[in-house]
Design a protein around this ligand. Structure first.
Ligand code: UD1
Length: 380
């Protein structure tokens, strides 16, 4: 390896990050100027929340493990900051790329932007350039931990890569300099296209005895939905009601499983006719379920985007979304417990429309990002 290659840390922390860094890892690994280094913070650590994604997305073992694990927001953020600062001092990378809006995104941004290396690295840099992939998204709901992470990360990062025009607009309105903002498109779509073959071959619905186009995929994990036992009970009733219409397959996030269990609701769902509870699925298996379903019921961020790209109706159980393009241009609809049944009936009464992906959601975002990184690191 030539010593003058640029070292680029890709921060992988929690499940939604893995499909964002995978295409970029592969694009950078194919260049002759970059050494991509995967730094796993350990925010998600279970086999099925982390390792399975590395296998599916053909990523190598993380090069660096921070082993931060779980904790309160301050604990988790603090543990990642402390561990990552040590790594930064030992390895003095040229760039740190953080993705999305999880606690580790903010933690690594804080550690990297505040640091001064005791000695500049071989390229004369005294700290890494920090870039945020999926910048500019806003739900305008500061009760969401992710919104705090987005706001703070964007104010600190040196380069802001946005997926859609609303991202650029939010950043400009917040006073971010225009020359930091670069619209690159939606990198999750790169993972989807990269894995389309295996996804189409996986046949998970058939394995579960479900017919193509004739079942609902449900995912719920947002604290605002699953941490309050009364709300969680209402969501269970909603799923049981939905299953009287179409079978429901529900891969259960660890946060949700824990809360269902504590609230005594798990057995009720397990015994409900038409509901299949699963462990969190790997990327390929989960996307196989989504590719073939009639509609998705979710509170996830990324799934709103994947369904928009695929043209699959998505009912999002949240009062707001940081991804409004999925509502204005895509297949997403914001719902609450009071109107979700009507929305479901409307979807079932409407023939599926062809997909209309937003601009730059084209499977080539990683290449655009790689080009931007090269430009940034060779001109600064
Ligand atoms: C985190 C992100 C959220 C993202 C979600 C996707 C933050 C603030 N939230 O939420 O933006 O949409 O990931 O999954 O960063 N747990 C396990 N096994 C694991 C991981 C977590 O059992 O592999 C448990 C933890 O012990 C904890 C709970 O799940 O009790 C929640 O984990 P945490 O990382 O706090 O947040 P998520 O709800 O997963």
């Amino acid at each position: 390896m030539p010593v003058d290659k640029q070292t680029i840390h890709l921060i992988a922390a929690a499940r939604p990050n893995f499909m964002k860094i995978a295409p970029l890892y592969h694009a950078l690994a194919a260049t002759d100027w970059a050494t991509p280094v995967i730094v796993h913070t350990g925010q998600h650590y279970d086999l099925n929340m982390s390792d399975a994604f590395f296998q599916d997305l053909r990523l190598p073992e993380p090069h660096i493990h921070l082993g931060a694990g779980t904790g309160s927001h301050a604990e988790q953020t603090g543990k990642v900051m402390m561990a990552y600062e040590k790594i930064l001092l030992q390895t003095r990378p040229d760039m740190t790329v953080v993705a999305g809006d999880v606690n580790s995104t903010l933690a690594c941004t804080l550690a990297a932007t505040k640091l001064v290396y005791p000695e500049p690295n071989i390229h004369g840099r005294s700290r890494p350039v920090v870039a945020h992939l999926e910048a500019g998204l806003r739900s305008f709901d500061r009760s969401m931990p992710e919104e705090i992470n987005r706001l703070a990360t964007d104010v600190l990062a040196d380069l802001l890569w946005t997926p859609s025009p609303d991202g650029d607009e939010h950043l400009l309105r917040e006073g971010i300099a225009a020359d930091k903002i670069q619209r690159v498109g939606n990198i999750m779509i790169d993972s989807l296209e990269m894995m389309r073959g295996p996804i189409e071959q996986a046949g998970v619905a058939a394995e579960l005895g479900l017919s193509k186009g004739d079942y609902v995929v449900a995912t719920l994990h947002r604290p605002g939905n699953v941490d309050d036992p009364a709300k969680l009970a209402q969501l269970c009733d909603m799923l049981i009601d939905t299953a009287t219409e179409l079978p429901v397959v529900f891969p259960v996030h660890p946060r949700t499983r824990k809360n269902l269990s504590v609230a005594g609701l798990l057995a009720r769902l397990e015994q409900a006719p038409g509901i299949t509870l699963l462990e969190p699925q790997s990327y390929i298996r989960f996307m196989s379920l989504v590719f073939n379903c009639r509609l998705v019921l979710t509170d996830s961020g990324g799934i709103q985007e994947e369904t928009t790209y695929l043209g699959i109706p998505c009912l999002t159980l949240r009062p707001n979304t940081e991804r409004p393009i999925t509502v204005t241009a895509g297949t997403n609809r914001l719902c609450n417990l009071g109107n979700v049944r009507d929305a479901l009936d409307q979807v079932l009464a409407t023939p599926p429309a062809p997909a209309a992906p937003p601009e730059l959601w084209d499977g080539h975002t990683a290449q655009r990002v790689s080009d931007r990184i090269h430009q940034a690191l060779t001109t600064t």
